[in-house]
Design a protein around this ligand. Structure first.
Ligand code: 5GP
Length: 187
């Protein structure tokens, strides 16, 4: 039985093998850089950090704990992703409320793939009249991206790989690995 907390070259999640893509030390450095950029840009302000569940729960908790400025934290949820292909349909949003109005919002997302989920959230958020909206995203799959919004705080641009760990799952499993692993099709 694999101990998820122990970094390994190769892991099995459900029925698939994954190999190490990005270790926890590098993840930590990336999150520290993003936190420091946000600190500088929001000095004197109290941004509302809006994490997208489920995937962003670990990135969001690391990010806010590295930030030195005060902030508030809230989460919203869309459920659209099954298996290993980005879902075509996006379900309704849970968790947005009036506290968004007039706030400096920073959306915190684990991964932007096609960008559809984020584009939908940006549209939905607008209805709540925030003062501003920026995006912090840990992984950005530039090749798969089909939308035209800007990612203000981008951790890492990655090719079109399927990754798990650091909050990201494969069919519900693998979120609790502290490192990021990519799908490994070799036997
Ligand atoms: P998008 O709407 O940008 O195509 O997809 C965004 C969502 O798809 C992410 O929030 C994430 O849940 C899921 N997703 C996209 N790529 C991956 C990936 O490589 N691994 C995992 N585990 N989820 C992904």
């Amino acid at each position: 039985m694999v101990n998820p907390n122990q970094q390994a070259d190769r892991i099995m999640v459900n029925d698939k093998f994954f190999r190490l893509y990005l270790g926890r030390e590098e993840i930590d450095e990336i999150v520290a850089r993003l936190a420091s950029d946000i600190d500088s840009d929001y000095t004197g302000k109290v941004p509302l950090m809006l994490g997208i569940l489920n995937g962003a729960f670990i990135f969001a908790s690391d990010l806010v704990r590295k930030m030195k400025i005060p902030c508030e934290i809230s989460f919203v949820k869309y459920a659209s992703y099954k298996g290993m292909e980005s879902g075509g349909s996006i379900n309704s949003l849970i968790g947005l409320n009036e506290t968004i109005r007039g706030r400096e919002v920073i959306i915190v997302e684990d991964i932007v793939d096609t960008g559809r989920t984020m584009a939908k959230l940006l549209g939905d958020l607008k209805l709540y009249e925030p003062a501003s909206v920026r995006i912090a995203c840990f992984c950005f799959k530039t090749e798969a991206f089909t939308e035209n919004f800007t990612i203000d705080y981008c951790g890492l641009e990655i090719p079109d790989l399927f990754v798990v760990g650091y909050g990201l799952d494969y069919d519900g499993s693998g979120r609790n690995f502290p490192d990021i692993y990519q799908l490994d099709n070799s036997k």
